[in-house]
Design a protein around this ligand. Structure first.
Ligand code: NAG
Ligand code: NAG
Ligand code: NAG
Ligand code: NAG
Ligand code: NAG
Ligand code: NAG
Length: 226
C-alpha cells in the first residue's frame, strides 16, 4: 500500500479510454465471457459491497489500485458491485444537515460520487468518475474534482444538479445502509462479499469473490485461485 505511487494525471485519461473502449467492445463484439454470463443465472453473481468515504486514504488507494482490477480482468462480469459512500458520516435529522468525518470537502466529494452512482447505474461509467476523484484525493488535490469531467468527457450538469437537489436524500440513504451493517464496520474501507465482511483482507477481495462464485465458466481472474 505504502509503496503505491500514483502516476501522472495523463495516465487517468489513458486508463479510462481503455476502460470505456473495452466496455464498448463488449457490446459490439460480445466476448465469450459475456455470452456465458448472460446464459448464466444472474443469481450466481457475487455481491461485492464497498463501504467507504471519499477522503479516507486507504479507501482512495483501494478504489484506485485494487478495485480497478475488477474492470481490468473482467471480474466485473460475475460481480454485483455496490459502492457505498458516506460511511462514517452523520445525518442530523433535526437540522437536515450531513457531517462527514473528514469535513466539508469530503461531504462534497461523497455527494458527487453518490450522484454519479445513482444517475449512472452503469457502474463502469460511475466508477470512472469516482476513480478520477479518488486519484486526486491520493495526491491531495481533491479540490480539482471539476477537472475530472473534462478529462473523462462526462457531463457535469446532471451531477451538479443532483448534488444541489437530491444530494441530502442520497446521503441519508447511504448512511442508513452503513448503519444497517451487521456486524457493524470497524474501519474503512469495509468490504463485504455476499454479506460476509472480509475485514483486514479487503485488498484480497478477488480470492473471496472467486470462492463465492458458483457459476460456470470461472473467469480467468479466478484461475490461480480455484
Ligand atoms: C446542524 O447540525 C450540525 C451537527 O449535527 C452542526 O454542525 C451544524 O452547525 C448545524 N447547522 C445549523 C444550521 O444549526
Ligand atoms: C443537530 O442539529 C440541531 C439543530 O441545529 C442541534 O441543536 C443539535 O445539537 C444537532 N445534533 C448533533 C448531535 O450535533
Ligand atoms: C434537476 O434535478 C431535479 C430534481 O432534483 C429534476 O427535477 C430536474 O429535472 C433536474 N434538471 C436537470 C436539468 O437535470
Ligand atoms: C430525487 O428527488 C425527486 C423529487 O423529490 C424524486 O422524485 C426522485 O425519486 C429522487 N431521486 C433519487 C435518486 O432519490
Ligand atoms: C445479492 O444482493 C441481492 C440484492 O440485494 C440479493 O437479492 C441477493 O440474494 C444477494 N445474493 C447473495 C448470494 O447474497
Ligand atoms: C488471499 O487469501 C488467501 C486465503 O487466506 C491466501 O491463500 C492468499 O495468499 C491471499 N492472497 C493475497 C494476495 O493476499
Amino acid at each position: 500500500m505504502v509503496s503505491f505511487s500514483p502516476k501522472p494525471a495523463i495516465t487517468i485519461v489513458i486508463l479510462f479510454i481503455f476502460i470505456y473502449e473495452s466496455k464498448g467492445s463488449d457490446d459490439d463484439e460480445i466476448s465469450p465471457l459475456l455470452v456465458a454470463n448472460q446464459n448464466n443465472n444472474n443469481n450466481n453473481k457475487v455481491n461485492l459491497s464497498v463501504f467507504y468515504e471519499s477522503l479516507c486514504q486507504p479507501c482512495a488507494t483501494f478504489i484506485v489500485k485494487d478495485l480497478y482490477e475488477i474492470f481490468n480482468t473482467n471480474l466485473i462480469n460475475i460481480v454485483n458491485l455496490q459502492l457505498v459512500p458516506y460511511a462514517n458520516s452523520y445525518a442530523n435529522l433535526t437540522n437536515n444537515s450531513i457531517s462527514c468525518q473528514n469535513g466539508q470537502d469530503e461531504c462534497i466529494l461523497n455527494s458527487l460520487e453518490s450522484c454519479a452512482l445513482n444517475l449512472w447505474p452503469d457502474v463502469g461509467r460511475s466508477y470512472g468518475l469516482i476513480f478520477c476523484f479518488e486519484f486526486l484525493a491520493i495526491e491531495g488535490r481533491s479540490n480539482k474534482w471539476q477537472d475530472c469531467f473534462d478529462q473523462l468527457d462526462l457531463p457535469r450538469a446532471p451531477i451538479l444538479n443532483c448534488t444541489t437537489g437530491n444530494g441530502t436524500q442520497l446521503a441519508k440513504r447511504y448512511i442508513d445502509e452503513t448503519t444497517k451493517l451487521n456486524p457493524p464496520h470497524s474501519f474503512l474501507p469495509w468490504v463485504v462479499v455476499n454479506n460476509q465482511p472480509i475485514a483486514q483482507d479487503y485488498a484480497n477481495f478477488t480470492y473471496y469473490v472467486c470462492k463465492a462464485y458458483k457459476g460456470i465458466p470461472v473467469p480467468e481472474a479466478c484461475n490461480s485461485i480455484h
